[in-house]
Design a protein around this ligand. Structure first.
Ligand code: TRP
Length: 456
């Protein structure tokens, strides 16, 4: 590992970079692919117009997701700094506040994401050892909070810390190079197997039945936008941080397209697994229950009912989920860790372990109460992400000096030609559209706060 030496003369310490192009792409895809892909996408699509929603979603990724991702990539790669320092260097003290928001959001999201990830890890391990539970509903209530949830949450945090503390190349990059291809293979294999289920046809029909009428509903459009940003890990500096470990000769445009495409493929393919399984077992009612619980109750129930094959397939499914969760958690901890390293000049090991422990401790609240988990998710995972995305688009569109030159560096002629269009989108389309999403989130947050504290 390159040893950063602080010279005190204002020169930047040498920064460790990703070793290979694929290392960066897979780490970024690892951040993007998570619970949002393997569960949230399928039911949002099923409820929002099926195949019509899928097409709307692709359009939103292309028009809004990729330009917003370029905003993060361009700031990270240009400065080779973590969010706070990067925004301070390009925008001055005031914009450094946005970087601080990113660090706070990374801290908060990881604190409860790790609790959910702990459940998936537990399902993967326990179903391999002893099979799926006979009464999935009661089982979920038992594992969702309390002592068991705490233990698996702490275990998951320990795993995440142990990867991040080793470094960019030996930790993050190596983990992504092994874990992401594994995840792709599992998801593809599961989708191939799902075609053989008796409920496959009905499942696909439910998932993809095109309903063009839905596309005119502003709520559905805003859902598609929010899902695109969430799924691509945008709005909290994760992509910015990873891009700060990129060398100057990579084509950011090419990377953004590759990452977004891979993220979409995993999301789409997961739906081709989830719905046939549900319909094979007549669990369609659970599908409309759009809670995290459905993922951890209905599917385990289905795997249990399928006997031996269900057990093998179910273990693979939860292994894939746990893999998706850990590579996302890595990027969340990295945002916090890299900022602490850059701001306070302490070692990576101390920063990752120290902050990881603080996050794990804060996460104990979510591990003991689903209400608190939901509350932190609403604030950090929904509202603050939208605010962060808004800030980022305004910064790059209106305040950053000459983002085009940095975007054009290493870009092929084809991409060079579309960069000005991307900037037009960043300036005039992203801010108003994201402002609407922020507005929806403020309303939703007030509602969640009222329900949580007002008792209904
Ligand atoms: N993209 C992740 C998923 O699909 C979740 C997520 C949202 C995320 N924002 C993030 C992960 C920031 C890491 C960093 O599940």
């Amino acid at each position: 590992m390159s040893q950063p030496t602080s010279s005190g003369s204002g020169a930047k310490p040498a920064r460790e970079l990703f070793g290979t192009k694929w290392g960066f792409v897979l780490a970024a895809v690892g951040s993007a692919v998570g619970l949002g892909n393997m569960w949230r996408f399928s039911y949002v699509a099923a409820e929002g117009g099926g195949a019509a929603f899928v097409i709307l979603y692709i359009a939103m990724v292309a028009l809004l997701g990729i330009p917003l991702m370029l905003c993060e990539l361009v700031v990270g790669r240009k400065t080779h700094l973590s969010p706070i320092g990067a925004l301070r260097e390009l925008g001055g003290k005031r914009w450094a506040t946005l970087g601080m928001l990113f660090v706070l959001v990374g801290f908060l999201i990881l604190s409860y994401y790790s609790v959910i990830a702990g459940w998936t890890l537990r399902f993967a391990v326990e179903s391999a050892l002893t099979g799926f539970p006979g009464e999935p509903g009661a089982h979920f209530t038992e594992i969702a909070s309390g002592r068991g949830a705490v233990m698996w949450h702490l275990l998951f945090m320990a795993l995440t810390i142990s990867i991040v503390m080793v470094g960019v190349q030996k930790g993050i990059e190596r983990a992504a190079m092994i874990l992401m291809p594994t995840l792709f293979l599992i998801v593809l294999g599961l989708a191939a197997w799902a075609t053989t289920l008796p409920g496959a046809g009905a499942g696909y029909a439910f998932y993809l039945q095109p309903d063009l009428g839905q596309l005119l509903d502003p709520g559905v459009i805003s859902q598609a936008v929010a899902q695109a940003f969430f799924s691509l890990s945008l709005g909290m500096g994760a992509m910015l941080t990873f891009a700060s470990y990129l060398s100057k000769d990579t084509d950011l445009n090419q990377e953004a397209v590759t990452i977004s495409f891979a993220d979409f493929l995993v999301a789409f393919t997961s739906g081709l697994v989830v719905f046939p399984v549900m319909f094979a077992l007549g669990l369609q009612d659970a599908v409309t229950e759009s809670t995290v619980g459905a993922l951890f109750i209905a599917l385990p129930g289905a795997f249990e009912a399928m006997g031996g094959v269900g057990r093998i397939v179910g273990v693979l499914f939860f292994v894939a989920l746990a893999v998706g969760a850990i590579t996302s958690a890595i990027s969340l901890l990295e945002v916090v860790t890299s900022s602490i390293i850059d701001e306070f000049g302490i070692s990576r090991r101390n920063a990752a372990v120290g902050m990881g422990i603080l996050i794990a401790l804060f996460g104990l609240l979510s591990a003991n109460s689903l209400d608190i988990l939901g509350l932190v998710d609403q604030f950090a995972g929904e509202l603050f992400l939208a605010v962060g995305a808004l800030g980022m688009s305004i910064f790059v569109g209106w305040f950053m000096k000459d983002p085009i030159t940095e975007l054009a560096r290493g870009a092929s002629p084809g991409f060079q030609a579309v960069i000005p269009t991307a900037l037009v989108l960043v300036r005039y389309v992203l801010p108003p559209v994201i402002a609407v999403v922020v507005w929806f989130q403020i309303v939703a947050t007030i509602e969640v706060v009222r329900v949580t504290f007002g008792g209904g």
